[in-house]
Design a protein around this ligand. Structure first.
Ligand SMILES: NC(=O)c1ccc[n+]([C@@H]2O[C@H](COP(=O)([O-])OP(=O)(O)OC[C@H]3O[C@@H](n4cnc5c(N)ncnc54)[C@H](OP(=O)(O)O)[C@@H]3O)[C@@H](O)[C@H]2O)c1
Length: 260
């Protein structure tokens, strides 16, 4: 990504150390790219696919759905970065099922582990360092789907993201006195490998190809989101431009959810 705007020339994140989960595809890649462009030192993680991580970012293979993966990631952050100033919890997702009663218990647990508890666990390991330094910016990636929980195929995922949003607001209040800001970005429908795959599986489990609106059809701004649309919002929350913002949840959806 070439950078031509003024803030980019200034390297807004120069001297900052950033950890982004899920930086090998989709929205995570866009966040990593933007942070690198702005001068941050970036470490990212995924379970595989190191080759698709943007050049210039450090990478560690770790599964954030597991406690051992989280511990390995926190250790790598300390070793490779020496500490974390910006923490972006982006890895997430879930497989759709035919309806709530078809979601196996294990899938509920997986959805909670990946979309909610991964953030809780990683934050608890990295917050002490931020508190010592008296600063830090945490950004959680939720989903605008929490505004429309009527989609039963995804209720495990949406419930986990809703928990993440509530946790994020509470953590923001707790950490504010220590100079740590915590915010959430909730994407609408974004064109990413994970998003496309999920929508295909959704059509399959419902048996209705027309259950999923065509690209841009339900979005007032006329197109699906790009990963970089989300990255821009994440960088704003992570930057000093958002110095007086904490506990917020910004829906980035092309206008699809006016109440978001
Ligand atoms: N795309 C959308 O329409 C949309 C809408 C609302 C919210 N979101 C949210 O936005 C975030 C990013 O979505 P995306 O569409 O960019 O997803 P994506 O294309 O599937 O990419 C997900 C990234 O996370 C990594 N990842 C997944 N599970 C992981 C695990 N257990 N441990 C470590 N890394 C893991 C993936 O790499 P590996 O598979 O190699 O591990 C990949 O790098 C997610 O939290 C998602 O819920 C997306």
């Amino acid at each position: 990504m070439t950078t031509t705007d003024k803030s980019s020339e200034m390297g807004e994140f120069k001297g900052k150390r950033a950890l982004v989960t899920g930086g090998s595809r989709g929205i995570g890649v866009a966040i990593v790219r933007r942070l690198l462009d702005e001068g941050a030192e970036v470490l990212t993680t995924a379970r595989s696919s190191k080759s698709t991580v943007p050049d210039g970012a450090a990478f560690v293979e770790a599964d954030v759905q597991t406690r051992t993966g989280i511990e390995a990631l926190a250790a790598a952050a300390k070793e490779k970065l020496g500490g974390v100033d910006v923490l972006v919890h982006n890895a997430g997702g879930a497989r759709p099922h035919e309806g709530t009663s078809a979601i196996p218990d294990e899938e509920w647990q997986n959805a909670l582990d990946l979309n909610f508890l991964a953030s809780v666990r990683l934050n608890s390991l990295l917050l002490p360092g931020m508190r010592e330094r008296g600063s830090g910016a945490i950004v959680h990636i939720s989903s605008a789907a929490t505004l429309t929980p009527e989609v039963p195929q995804f209720l495990h995922y949406v419930t986990a993201k809703a928990a993440l949003e509530t946790y994020s607001r509470g953590l923001a209040l707790e950490q504010a006195p220590f100079g740590i800001r915590v915010n959430t970005v909730s994407p609408g429908r974004v064109a990413s490998p994970g998003g496309e795959q999920t929508r295909k599986e959704w059509a399959k489990v419902t048996g209705q190809n027309d259950a999923i609106p065509a690209e841009g059809a339900v979005v007032p701004l006329g197109r699906d989101g790009l990963p970089d649309d989300i990255a821009q919002a994440v960088l704003f929350f992570a930057s000093d431009r958002a110095a007086w913002l904490t506990g917020r949840n910004l829906t980035v959806d092309g206008g699809e959810f006016p109440m978001g």
